[in-house]
Write a protein that binds this ligand. Structure first.
Ligand code: SF4
Length: 347
């Protein structure tokens, strides 16, 4: 039977997203749900996408695979290997969805079909993405359930989703997603509804799958501790745009965008001096009525007149670290004026 995925170390496809913008028609007119989103992902890499609810994280994931339905229109490019997913027709997209790029949804109780056994749900995915015969599909289903850590898989094959605990249902969802042996997993808050112990188990499982299957991952979450444990790089979203991105260690050590700084300051820390937790004043703006200029300006204590007028571009500050903030860019320019070798360019 073929391996689940390309063997460790084989070259997978790169994801290169440029200027992704998605507009959605609603009853109250068209809204821009995400704007000018650019990101890259190498094979086997894990990118965390963080931000408050409504910041555009889930829309970004769904836009990559055109899963938002007929009311949504995406522009820009989503290059997967040498194909632009936005220009592929529905038939060709179906060839890629599930088999090359798979998605895990936030709530397994909604995403799994409650009237089908887990065997049937994984089998459907195997039927769609492989040419295995019945016996091979059963064998692969058992392997997948074993891989995601379902104990006594043989006995659980004919159980329904409601017979599993929350953590086990999430594992079944991951098994369904892995059935097509994808090179890239899009995970939309897969640990949000779980308690911390189960969350820890799922994170360990995803890290093990990355090691064993060399699978890339985009992991949407609003939980910074999950990002710290799981991800190589992080992109912070606010009001539909990426406002800061970079290696996880760098962003946690030295967040530059005032919004990222606010997010970091709101997380409790173990050890060290006991300091009161900070919160970010105000609330995220409605996508239907975004403020002009930088969307964060009503909540930002660094705002200037320029911030009210102009959307700050996402510029590279140092190797792999970019931020979209006039204040940060002005301080960088000042620093570079003193050290003329500095480099600041579009991320
Ligand atoms: Fe604050 Fe201005 Fe930076 Fe926006 S661009 S985060 S308003 S300083």
């Amino acid at each position: 039977m073929p391996p689940l995925s390309p063997a460790l170390g084989t070259a997978g496809k790169h994801l290169d997203v440029r200027g992704l913008t998605t507009r959605i028609r609603t009853a109250r007119g068209e809204i821009t749900a995400i704007e000018d989103v650019s990101l890259t992902l190498a094979p086997g890499e894990i990118l965390g996408l963080v931000g408050e609810s409504g910041s555009g994280k889930s829309v970004t994931l769904r836009s990559l695979l055109s899963l938002l339905g007929p009311r949504a229109r995406s522009t820009g490019s989503v290059n997967w290997g040498d194909e632009d997913l936005l220009s592929l027709g529905e038939k060709n997209l179906r060839r890629i969805r599930g088999s090359e790029i798979a998605m895990i949804f936030q709530e397994p109780m909604i995403a799994l079909n409650p009237v089908l056994t887990v065997h049937r749900q994984i089998d459907e995915s195997l039927c769609a993405h492989t040419d295995f015969n019945r016996a091979q599909r059963r064998q692969r289903t058992l392997e997948l359930l074993g891989l995601v850590g379902i104990p006594d898989a043989q006995r659980r094959l004919d159980d329904y989703p409601h017979q599993f605990s929350g953590g086990m249902r999430q594992r079944v969802m991951i098994a369904v997603a892995l059935a097509g042996a994808p090179q890239l997993l899009l995970a939309d808050e897969p640990t949000t509804a779980l308690d911390v112990t189960i969350q820890e188990q799922i994170i360990k499982l995803l890290l093990r799958l990355r090691e064993e299957l060399h699978m890339g991952m985009i992991f949407v979450t609003h939980d910074l501790s999950v990002v710290a444990q799981l991800c190589d790089r992080v992109a912070v979203m606010y009001a539909g745009r990426i406002v800061e991105s970079g290696p996880v260690g760098e962003i946690f050590r030295r967040p530059r965008h005032p919004y990222t700084q606010g997010l970091m300051a709101s997380v409790p820390r173990l050890g060290g001096e006991r300091l009161p937790l900070q919160s970010i004043d105000g609330t995220p703006p409605s996508l239907a009525a975004l403020p002009g200029g930088c969307s964060f300006h009503p909540r930002c204590s660094y705002r200037s007149e320029l911030c009210l007028r102009e959307v700050p571009p996402l510029l590279t500050l140092s190797e792999g670290h970019a931020a979209a903030c006039h204040h940060v860019q002005a301080s960088e320019r000042l620093k570079q004026a003193r050290q003329p070798n500095g480099d600041m360019r579009h991320a």
